[in-house]
Write a protein that binds this ligand. Structure first.
Ligand code: BTN
Length: 243
């Protein structure tokens, strides 16, 4: 499918715009970037801080065959695709915080939100993939967790949003194709090598579950070694934090 790229000044949410474009049923992969979002959305119903002109807000409408089951593992694959693109442009080392937060120097530099749009008759599922990446941002009062931007964390490089967007789109499209042909197995070791939780003490459910990070299993669940044994946490079920 050819890519149809729109670059807009302001939008409610680039994910919402891609959903509207997909609903038109044209045979293209819609890609939308915006300078700012008035209702940028993050995971678990959180807003996504979207100041104008500083960062990247990018969404792509990927079509996956094989129904909803084909989507398992996609969000981890996307984290690998984004980390690969950033490292290619000189940001290494880039970490991944399960399932798909993008980390540099122990702080969040980007996040990915995957939203699904109904299964079609031929088993094709639309996955709306949204990436928020902090590029030049230096102040953000509304963000509670530790965050950074490429310019803050890697000031020795000049960060071009155009170069980033083109590299990111290519990396995400290539990863999606590879995921369709070889599945999650083709990405597992690339994900593991960037795991920020690995061998760290972590917790879930406000400390109810505590253990040491062991990495992901073959389905992409996160494994914690607890005093009662290994526990696999399903993607989307809960979030993990450093203890
Ligand atoms: C997260 O919570 O970590 C995921 C954040 C995803 C934000 C991006 S910005 C572009 C796209 N449009 C949205 O409304 N959200 C995603």
């Amino acid at each position: 499918r050819p890519l149809a790229l729109s670059v807009v000044d302001e939008i409610d949410s680039t994910n919402a715009e891609v959903m509207r474009l997909l609903a038109r049923g044209e045979c293209v992969t819609p890609v939308v970037t915006a300078e700012t979002q008035t209702a940028g959305r993050g995971r678990r119903g959180q807003p996504w801080c979207s100041p104008a002109g500083e960062n990247i807000y990018l969404s792509m409408g990927l079509s996956l065959s094989g129904g909803f089951s084909a989507v398992d593992g996609l969000s981890l694959v996307l984290g690998v695709a984004v980390a690969d693109a950033l490292e290619y442009l000189g940001a290494a080392p880039v970490g991944l915080k399960w399932p798909n937060d993008i980390f540099i120097d122990g702080a969040k530099v980007g996040g990915i939100l995957v939203e699904l749009q109904g299964e079609l008759q031929d088993g094709v599922v639309h996955a709306i993939v949204g990436l928020g990446l902090n590029v030049h941002m230096t102040a953000a009062p509304a963000i509670e967790q530790a965050w950074t931007s490429l310019a803050l964390a890697r000031p020795q490089l000049t960060w071009s949003r155009n170069a980033l967007v083109s590299t990111l789109i290519t990396s995400i499209a290539d990863a999606s194709d590879k995921f369709q042909s070889v599945g999650f197995a083709g990405f597992r070791s690339s994900w593991q090598s960037r795991d920020v939780f690995f061998s760290r003490h972590i917790m879930a459910r406000d400390g109810e579950l505590q253990g040491v990070g062991q990495g992901i299993d073959h389905s992409g669940n996160y494994v914690l070694r607890t005093i009662e044994g290994d526990v696999a946490v399903r993607s989307g079920e809960i979030s993990l934090r450093f203890a």
